[in-house]
Ligand binder design. Structure first.
Ligand code: FES
Length: 160
C-alpha cells in the first residue's frame, strides 16, 4: 500500500484497518496522536522541505547552548509523514546540533518500529526539513537580527 498523493483523490485513502495491517502499533500511535505539532514564534531555526508527491513539512526548533530543547512540525502530507514528523521531533530533543544533523531515514524508521519501503520518502521529507532547520539555526547564529525581522516580514511597497 502506498500513499501516492499525485492524484489527490480522497476516496482511495486506505481505511484504518488497512493501515493497521501495514504499519506498526508505534507508527499508528504517532499517526493518530502526533507529538509536537505546530510551530514556534521566534524559532531558533526553521526548515522546510518538499518532495515530488507534492507534500511538504516545516520543522522549527528551540535551541539553547547548542542543544535542541524542543522541536515542532507542520505538514499537509499523508499519515506516514505525520508519524515521521512526530518521531523526528521526538528523537532530536536533547541532542546537540551536530548529533541532530546526523539523524537518518533509518533512525526515523527504527523509531517507528519499521516503515514500508514505499514510505521511505516520507521519512526523507522529515529528515530534510530537520536538516534545513539546523542549517537555518547555524545561519541565524551568525545573523541574529534576522530572527525578529522574520516575524514582521517584508515591507509592502504598495506598488502594482
Ligand atoms: Fe507524500 Fe507521504 S505520500 S509524504
Amino acid at each position: 500500500m502506498t500513499f501516492d498523493r499525485m492524484s489527490h483523490r480522497e476516496p482511495s485513502a486506505p481505511s484504518l484497518d488497512e493501515l493497521r495491517k501495514t504499519f506498526s502499533a508505534r507508527a499508528m500511535g504517532h499517526m493518530l496522536n502526533p507529538k509536537n505539532l505546530g510551530e514556534f514564534r521566534m524559532a531558533d531555526g526553521v526548515g522546510q522541505s518538499s518532495i515530488p508527491c507534492g507534500d511538504s513539512m516545516q520543522i522549527s526548533l528551540r535551541v539553547r547552548d547548542g542543544r535542541i530543547l524542543e522541536a515542532k512540525f507542520t505538514t499537509e502530507g499523508c499519515g506516514p509523514v505525520i508519524a515521521c514528523g512526530s518521531v523526528a521531533t521526538e528523537l532530536v530533543k536533547g541532542k546537540t546540533v551536530n548529533e541532530a544533523m546526523a539523524l537518518t531515514v533509518d533512525d526515523i524508521t527504527a523509531g517507528l518500529d519499521g516503515l514500508p519501503d514505499s514510505e521511505a520518502h516520507c521519512a526523507a521529507l522529515a529528515v530534510n526539513a530537520l536538516k534545513q532547520a539546523l542549517v537555518d539555526y547555524l545561519a541565524l547564529r551568525r545573523e541574529p537580527w534576522k530572527k525578529p525581522y522574520r516575524q514582521v516580514g517584508p515591507v509592502s511597497t504598495g506598488g502594482g
